[in-house]
Design a protein around this ligand. Structure first.
Ligand code: HEC
Ligand code: HEC
Length: 254
């Protein structure tokens, strides 16, 4: 009798153990640790890898907003995958793919890119904007006069800074950004910070500083980029304010 009871209770416990995944002390599904390469949720991947520079929720970061339907309608999947995989050489945008020394699998790079398009993109945002990437060579002199008409009202004469916006010809700033990022900002603006897009609009309404001016085309944008880029110098940050211009008559830098 005793013998039978025991095997019966063993059988019951056995059924219990097989039928249910619970044991005292065993972590629940939610508590189980997940390998970093097994994370695929867009919000988690974006917060852990991108938000520090591109901003929480894709805005108000130091680097351009990615939560921008116009930008996402122009930046196709192949372009976004390439930039995220390889980074931008010479800028603070790091490469993320494992084969480039980053921490993300190819699948995770796709998860982020698809997540940006799905969460922040707007497929209907198909404005006739100039191409995001272009090989049109710009002319700095033409860019300088365009800057005077389209940009100086906010960025000051020659771009050295105005009442509404800061300097865009500062050599330190220019040493940290690529021509492509200048082009992207002239086309898409920085809607989070108050910089209008290629049409001169800001969140749908025309910026008064661009009032009456036609939208910028591909060649004009290349001209503006060439004008800004012409302010890059060999030694960014120089001349040091307290030392004067090293090539001028002021104090010589040793
Ligand atoms: C350490 C700061 C930093 C981090 C982290 C970072 N970025 Fe960037 N990102 C930048 C900078 C700076 C640029 C501008 C690079 C340049 O000058 O072209 C940039 C540019 C980009 C661009 C191209 C913008 C353009 O002009 O077309 C994309 C797309 C982008 N980042 C996506 C991402 C994604 C996705 C992540 C996360 C997986 C990420 N970034 C994480 C700093 C960062
Ligand atoms: C309505 C005012 C306004 C006009 C017009 C304007 N900007 Fe801006 N721009 C801003 C503001 C605001 C920012 C945010 C940073 C700051 O405050 O300086 C900015 C930022 C920028 C940046 C830096 C963006 C970054 O994140 O790296 C560049 C480059 C730039 N503008 C170029 C231009 C050019 C070129 C034009 C002319 C086609 C122009 N801007 C016209 C207001 C303006």
């Amino acid at each position: 009798m005793m013998q039978r009871l025991t095997s019966l209770s063993m059988a019951i416990i056995g059924v219990f153990l097989v039928g249910c995944d619970w044991m005292p002390g065993k972590p629940t599904r939610a508590e189980e640790s997940v390998l970093p390469t097994d994370v695929h949720a867009f919000n988690t991947l974006y917060s852990a890898n991108c938000s520090g520079c591109h901003g929480a929720n894709g805005q108000f970061g130091a680097a351009r907003p990615l939560n921008d339907p116009l930008y996402l309608s122009l930046a196709d999947t192949a372009y976004l995958v390439q930039v995220t995989t390889d980074g931008v050489h010479g800028s603070l945008m790091p490469p993320f793919a494992r084969k480039q020394g980053g921490g993300l699998t190819n699948q995770q790079v796709s998860d982020i890119v698809n997540g940006m398009h799905r969460t922040w993109g707007n497929a209907d945002d198909s404005q006739a904007a100039p191409p995001l990437v272009s090989s049109t060579k710009g002319n700095p002199a033409r860019g300088s006069s365009l800057f005077a008409s389209h940009c100086a009202a906010c960025h000051g004469k020659g771009g050295t800074g105005g009442r509404t916006a800061g300097s865009v010809v500062d050599s330190t700033y220019l040493s940290l950004v690529s021509d492509q990022s200048l082009r992207s900002v002239i086309i898409c603006g920085r809607l989070d910070l108050g910089m209008p897009n290629w049409q001169g609009t800001l969140n749908g309404s025309p910026a008064s500083e661009r009032d009456g001016l036609p939208p910028l085309n591909d060649r004009q944008i290349s001209d503006l980029v060439a004008f800004l880029a012409s302010h890059r110098v060999e030694f960014p940050g120089a001349p040091f304010p307290s030392l004067g211009n090293p090539r001028g008559s002021g104090t010589q830098v040793p």
